[in-house]
Write a protein that binds this ligand. Structure first.
Ligand SMILES: [Zn+2]
Length: 142
């Protein structure tokens, strides 16, 4: 059975997201020169997902070479949007002063490390700009 273009595009978006999530972890493990079986498996998994993603893009290109560039841009854009919604990659806005807490960056001046989930911040945490409460922060939509 030949997969439909629609299902291939959906699959590419999914694989692109999985691979984008796994790649930084694998790169960090490679850099740390950790040789545990778990890290080897994670690195392998990340490489496999990236290979699957590329193979899926090739399938799309084979089916519809003329539309390929537009579809690929659409897939990359969707993956980027999905990435922004992942825990550790989101942004939260203070509705009072518009201060933006970027999970990817954390808050170095408060020693909050990068990739910190907003939910993991202490309950008493307040907006560093206006002392507004944590509860009033809203997920930034873009
Ligand atoms: Zn504020």
């Amino acid at each position: 059975m030949t997969p439909t273009l629609e299902s291939l595009v959906a699959r590419a978006i999914d694989l692109g997201l999985q691979s984008s999530l796994a790649t930084p972890r694998a790169a960090a493990l490679l850099a740390s020169k950790s040789h545990s079986p778990e890290s080897a498996a994670l690195i392998q998994e990340s490489q496999r997902m990236t290979a699957d993603y590329k193979a899926c893009l090739k399938e799309i290109e084979a089916i519809t070479p003329r539309q390929y560039t537009a579809l690929r841009n659409q897939i990359v854009d969707q993956v980027r949007r999905a990435m922004k919604k992942q825990p550790g990659m989101r942004k939260w806005r203070c509705p009072v002063c518009n201060f933006l807490f970027d999970e990817k960056i954390g808050l170095p001046r408060q020693k909050i490390p990068p990739s910190t989930n907003f939910q993991e911040l202490a309950d008493g945490w307040e907006c560093p700009e206006c002392d507004g409460s944590k509860e009033q922060f809203v997920l930034d939509r873009d």
